[in-house]
Unconditional design. Structure first.
Length: 454
């Protein structure tokens, strides 16, 4: 099917208005949706107005054609002008002609389903606009198309004012529809943006949870390994004093059976020594296992006063001199942690000092973001190869038969430092040992004690 319906000679603005009206009528007769009617009529109007502006006159022919079983409403506009150069560049928007010639071609192309333009120098321009008819269109055949043509031929002459006013009313209605749809689109866009933000937040939370789970898994694996080592070592170290106590009680039993009470009483101090060793071991194991597991409130702690109280409670041999710096700070800290750290370091400095006139110094050094504390002595020192080992659980480098030597004290100190994010280390030579540890900077320096203390 290729049947012409109506032809309009384009000579003035009224002819453009009539072409627009015919495009709207034919679109409506063909069953096109309102939006498609407006698009087709607007494309027709744009091309017709270009013909008037740049050539002066032309012809538009409306037809119904069939292509492979698909019906198409066609508007074919021709003129005998000088032609349009750079047609393809105009369609691709790579070139804008001077004087406005060719304006609207690109937009018209976007409004129809099929667009074809031929332009030859001094031979004019031909533009073919086609709109696809929907499948559920009203009945369309040659007789109906002839009826449309007869209707147009007998239609009374239109009033330009009335037609333009009608077109304007249609445009206003269409603009209102576009405004509503724009508001709906903006609302939907806001919803999409909100959902995207929620999704990003959820993804960040999921990633954080995954990272936290991975961290917890690694910590759990480390704890499990530590527990295995801990259980093995505790079992081994607890057996030693128990076996010693068992052996000594058997010796006491044998002496008593022989009636040798003096020899039996001579063994009793050794039993008490092993019992004290076991008691210290159990207490230290309990302290180590609780480090970092309790929620301890921070409070202002006077480090100088704390150290002074610890020194006062120690069994310091006669002739020892302990010097405490008078500028130790007040820390916002967990007092029990500082108590454990200084108690272990000071008791070790006293316990393992081999000099008749032992000397111990306690001082603090203010660094950029932390305090560095030092407990130094003039004892025998720690060999370089043992300076890292002393912080491991149940490791000692001195007399292991000392009743207080459990090998847990410095392990407790390191565990507290790991909990606080600080460090502990040793500097030592044959002339003594200096134990260093750090504490986060949240202090007020206050002179508390005048050195030296003995």
């Amino acid at each position: 099917m290729d049947q012409p319906i109506t032809t309009i000679k384009l000579q003035n603005e009224l002819d453009v208005v009539l072409a627009y009206k015919r495009a709207m009528q034919l679109s409506e007769f063909s069953g096109l949706p309102i939006a498609s009617q407006t698009k087709f009529a607007t494309a027709v109007s744009e091309i017709c107005r270009n013909v008037l502006e740049h050539v002066g006159e032309g012809i538009i022919r409306f037809s119904m054609i069939e292509n492979r079983g698909v019906l198409l409403l066609e508007a074919f506009i021709t003129d005998r002008g000088r032609g349009i150069p750079n047609v393809q560049e105009i369609l691709d928007r790579r070139y804008t002609p001077t004087g406005g010639k060719g304006q609207g071609i690109y937009s018209s192309r976007k409004l129809v389903d099929f667009f074809h333009l031929d332009s030859d120098f001094e031979k004019g321009t031909r533009v073919r606009l086609q709109k696809r008819i929907p499948v559920n269109h009203p009945p369309i055949n040659k007789a109906i198309l002839q009826g449309w043509a007869d209707f147009f031929n007998h239609e009374s002459e239109i009033s330009p004012y009335a037609e333009i006013k009608r077109q304007n009313m249609q445009l206003i209605a269409l603009m209102e529809q576009l405004r509503v749809r724009t508001i709906e689109a903006e609302y939907q866009l806001q919803e999409i943006q909100h959902l995207n933000q929620e999704l990003q937040t959820s993804n960040q939370e999921v990633n954080a949870l995954l990272q936290e789970r991975e961290t917890k898994n690694l910590q759990l694996q480390k704890v499990n390994r530590t527990l295995d080592e801990f259980a093995h070592t505790v079992t081994h170290d607890l057996k030693a004093p128990l076996q010693n106590i068992l052996g000594l009680t058997e010796v006491v039993t044998d002496f008593l059976e022989e009636g040798n009470q003096e020899e039996a009483q001579a063994v009793m101090p050794m039993i008490r020594l092993q019992t004290r060793r076991m008691e210290h071991l159990i207490n230290d194991v309990l302290a180590y296992s609780l480090t970092g597991r309790q929620q301890i409130q921070k409070k202002p702690v006077s480090v100088g006063k704390l150290v002074y109280n610890i020194v006062s409670a120690l069994s310091v041999p006669e002739g020892f001199q302990i010097t405490i710096a008078n500028d130790l700070p007040v820390l916002e800290a967990e007092e029990i942690y500082l108590q454990q750290i200084f108690s272990n370091l000071l008791s070790n400095a006293v316990k393992y000092n081999d000099k008749p006139a032992g000397k111990i110094w306690v001082r603090g050094i203010l660094q950029q973001d932390h305090w560095e504390f030092v407990v130094e002595d003039n004892g025998p020192g720690i060999p370089v190869e043992d300076q890292e080992k002393v912080f491991q659980l149940f490791e000692t480098t001195s007399d292991v038969n000392h009743p207080d030597s459990t090998g847990i004290g410095l392990a407790i100190v390191r565990k507290i430092m790991e909990e606080k994010g600080g460090r502990v280390w040793v500097r030592s030579d044959s002339g003594g040992t200096a134990m260093h540890f750090t504490w986060p900077l949240n202090t007020t320096a206050t002179p508390l004690i005048t050195a030296p203390l003995v």
